[in-house]
Unconditional design. Structure first.
Length: 204
């Protein structure tokens, strides 16, 4: 099992990145909550990882913080929740936001996430409620003190919007919904990552 990778960020296209570790390029899928913490391309970063082995592919998922990976692992244990849906959940909410939604039984918040219907949301409440109690647990309720965002200059005005729409579609949102979500929050000068974050925030 690959538990952690440290290397140079070669490419990033939400929700995927390419990480160079001593000459070996690892393709990783990241939830947007971890994507926001990435440095600029060409800089070094460290990610906690989880490997999902399927018959047709080996998928490597990356996370900025260990508690994000812990929640991911809890989610994929839940009946009806696969890695793609877990990625969408962690993209829509931080660990803390998800934990509070579970503990407060905020079903309406959960079903706004693509792929999470009423039955899945109810299963999440039943199977995960109580697991987040006790704020001293090291794997949960650890606030991120700094969020780095990309200041890269886009190649065109529409490029960040198109990238943000593509990323939301990769996370499970419909094409029409993705376009509406992004254009609703679009402002000049915002990067694709900032657009994604604002679009996801506004959808909940």
């Amino acid at each position: 099992m690959i538990g952690r990778l440290q290397g140079i960020l070669i490419e990033k296209q939400p929700p995927e990145i390419l990480l160079d570790v001593h000459g070996v390029g690892y393709e990783l899928l990241l939830p947007m909550t971890s994507f926001y913490n990435l440095p600029e391309v060409g800089q070094e970063t460290t990610l906690f990882t989880h490997l999902v082995v399927r018959e047709d592919a080996h998928l490597l998922f990356g996370f900025s913080h260990k508690q994000d990976r812990t929640l991911f692992r809890e989610l994929i244990k839940t009946n009806g929740v696969g890695p793609k849906l877990a990625l969408a959940i962690l993209s829509a909410m931080s660990v803390n936001e998800f934990a509070y939604a579970i503990e407060r039984e905020e079903l309406s918040k959960l079903i706004k996430i693509p792929g999470v219907g009423k039955k899945t949301a109810e299963r999440l409440l039943v199977e995960l409620k109580g697991k987040f109690k006790g704020l001293q647990q090291p794997d949960f309720f650890v606030e991120s003190t700094h969020i780095a965002t990309s200041n890269a200059t886009p190649s065109s005005v529409d490029a960040p919007i198109e990238e943000a729409i593509a990323a939301l579609m990769a996370l499970g949102y419909k094409a029409t919904d993705s376009e509406k979500m992004v254009k609703k929050v679009a402002k000049p000068g915002l990067t694709s990552e900032q657009l994604i974050r604002e679009a996801l925030k506004a959808s909940l």
